[in-house]
Design a binder for this molecule. Structure first.
Ligand SMILES: *[C@@H]1O[C@H](CO)[C@@H](O)[C@H](O)[C@H]1NC(C)=O
Ligand SMILES: *[C@@H]1O[C@H](CO)[C@@H](O)[C@H](O)[C@H]1NC(C)=O
Ligand SMILES: *[C@@H]1O[C@H](CO)[C@@H](O)[C@H](O)[C@H]1NC(C)=O
Ligand SMILES: *[C@@H]1O[C@H](CO)[C@@H](O)[C@H](O)[C@H]1NC(C)=O
Length: 525
């Protein structure tokens, strides 16, 4: 058989590539493994300039994709390698950008990636939580852009979204995101990629939230639990730091647990970190329960958590870089082979609703479905007028839902009862159309009921048969789960203004803009 020159070349290129690719990480019980059965412990570094992660304030909604910045990857990957890093965590990547070069550099250096799915302006907002068509698109776009690389372990569906007992409702929407992202991966990828959650460490809710994300139908539960933990500061011990209690708690957890961020900078700032906790993390005290961790963080910035200072394109190591490198060089966690490991932990029971936990484990918010939202919108007789600005949506939401709460049942969600309107997952314009139309109908379509000073207009409803069938199905499903409840929530309840302008709390999608309109008042109505 004769090979042409080109086919020989491409065959060897293919072989070369295949041989160089890192083996995917898999999960069994509460541990990670390489495909060959060797246990995998995460030795991670958080890698994103400008700490653009959702859940942390930076005052800007812009982010730069660390996996698309080839010059920085070339500069930083060798430094990461010196730290024995085998995983980086990225907080916001741009799915429209090309990641091939950085992913190859990382792969060649033996480094895996775990990435958050949101970006600062498209994330589940703890103060006005929802899971909608815009968020689902963002999440699945990120999965689609990264799932082809064998050195991607998986994703985080949220980072510190619920952060205390006042905003536990947001977790229902994050868990819906976990469910839908997992279903998307199952439908589009041949291999396992995980979807987890990265939590802060709040004593009021830490048990409930860990159980909530792990409980129930395992196709809808997290694949791993990431803990952002800053308990061990400076010189401490396994018991003084409270790490012992974490190990005790997670001993019975049924999926892997690791530190998704660690590296307290108290008392001596980033440079003064001595990384005793790193040695503890990979010691026998912890390695049976905690699968390693991710140091926060690579870049030295205003928050003073860096290992490396980047200035004018040049990277220089801080003192804590060498300290960490020395620690990492001497860790050697005890491990188990995949075959020998027989998991015995089972998923937690869902926490019950109480004063500090406002989410039922029974039901999740609906899966965003753009077709259904479009169908619904086409079927309406009263819609927002073409000239209505997004910033003016809020006052109309407020007015209609105050005057006629029933008109808003179909777009509201109640995380304690588990009742979610079938259109609660639609975009702001579709939702506004829905409530305007309900209001119009409830007023017997009287003239003037679809007016709002020219902000709403009567249109000819048009829904084809396929649409009608889908709508009928959705409302039947909703009446099964709505249980005749007469309660209804003001969907556009004002958001505390101070949160609107901090990045971590942002979901500047149309919806926060909606809420901003609320402040402007109901003057016109
Ligand atoms: C399994 O693969 C990992 C990663 O390539 C490697 O470090 C390890 O030595 C391998 N284990 C065995 C038993 O070959
Ligand atoms: C809970 O977190 C929110 C948002 O970060 C904050 O505004 C609020 O003060 C916190 N509440 C408590 C009780 O800590
Ligand atoms: C579990 O969740 C999956 C994914 O959402 C769903 O397809 C399946 O029907 C659920 N199983 C049960 C028993 O509810
Ligand atoms: C949500 O449901 C609970 C339990 O059924 C109910 O007590 C509560 O009033 C509802 N909340 C709203 C805002 O409707």
């Amino acid at each position: 058989m004769r090979f042409s020159k080109t086919s020989l070349v491409s065959a060897s290129l293919l072989l070369g590539q295949a041989a160089a690719e890192l083996p995917p990480i898999v999960m069994k019980g509460s541990k990670f493994f390489y495909e060959n059965g060797t246990q995998f412990f995460m030795k991670g570094v958080a890698y994103q300039q400008d700490s653009a992660e959702a859940g942390k304030s930076t005052g800007s909604s812009k982010y730069s994709d660390p996996l698309a910045d080839v010059a920085s990857c070339k500069r930083d990957v060798p430094l990461l390698k010196q730290l024995r890093t085998n995983t980086i965590r990225t907080y916001a990547i741009d799915p429209t950008k090309d990641h091939d070069e950085c992913m190859k550099l990382l792969d060649d250096a033996g480094i895996y990636v775990i990435s958050d799915l949101s970006e600062p302006s498209v994330s589940v907002n703890r103060d006005d939580p929802k899971w909608d068509v815009e968020l689902l698109k963002r999440y699945t776009d990120v999965v689609d852009s990264l799932s082809k690389y064998s050195n991607v372990i998986g994703f985080f569906a949220g980072n510190e979204v619920t952060n205390n007992a006042s905003n536990t409702d947001a977790s229902a929407y994050v868990k819906a995101a976990v469910r839908d992202t997992k279903n998307h991966i199952k439908a589009t990828s041949k291999r396992w990629l995980g979807v987890g959650y990265a939590a802060n460490d709040d004593p009021d809710i830490r048990e409930s939230i860990a159980h909530y994300f792990n409980c129930g139908n395992q196709s809808e539960a997290i694949d791993y639990w990431g803990y952002n933990i800053y308990e061990w500061c400076g010189k401490s011990t396994f018991t003084d730091s409270g790490y012992d209690k974490q190990v005790e708690f997670f001993k019975t957890y049924s999926v892997p647990v690791f530190f998704a961020e660690y590296g307290c900078n108290i008392p001596d700032g980033a440079e003064g970190r001595i990384w005793q906790e790193t040695t503890a993390l990979y010691s026998d005290d912890m390695s049976d329960v905690i699968s390693g961790g991710i140091v926060y963080m690579y870049h030295q910035e205003a928050n003073d958590y860096g290992l490396v200072k980047v200035k004018g394109g040049t990277a220089s190591k801080l003192k804590d870089f060498d300290t960490l490198a020395t620690r990492m060089a001497s860790v050697s966690p005890s491990s188990i082979q995949m075959d020998a490991y027989k998991p015995t932990n089972s998923p937690a029971a869902c926490p019950s609703v109480n004063a500090k936990w406002a989410v039922t484990g029974d039901r999740l918010p609906p899966t965003p479905n753009n077709d259904l939202c479009e169908c619904m919108y086409k079927s309406l007789s009263c819609v927002p007028s073409d000239s209505l600005k997004t910033t003016d949506f809020g006052k109309i939401f407020n007015y209609v839902c105050d005057q006629t709460p029933k008109a808003c049942d179909g777009i509201n969600g109640n995380t304690t009862s588990g009742e979610y309107g079938p259109f609660s997952m639609c975009g702001a314009k579709e939702k506004l159309g829905y409530i305007l139309n309900e209001y119009y109908n409830l007023q017997g379509k009287s003239s003037g009921a679809c007016e709002f000073k020219g902000q709403a207009q009567v249109v000819a409803a048009s829904a084809d048969d396929g649409c009608q069938a889908r709508l009928a199905q959705a409302s039947a499903a909703a009446s099964n789960t709505q249980g005749g409840s007469e309660t209804s929530k003001n969907i556009a309840a004002p958001i505390p203004m101070k949160n609107l302008f901090t990045i971590g709390d942002l979901a500047i999608g149309a919806y926060v803009v909606v809420a901003m309109g609320v402040g402007a008042g109901m003057v016109l109505l």
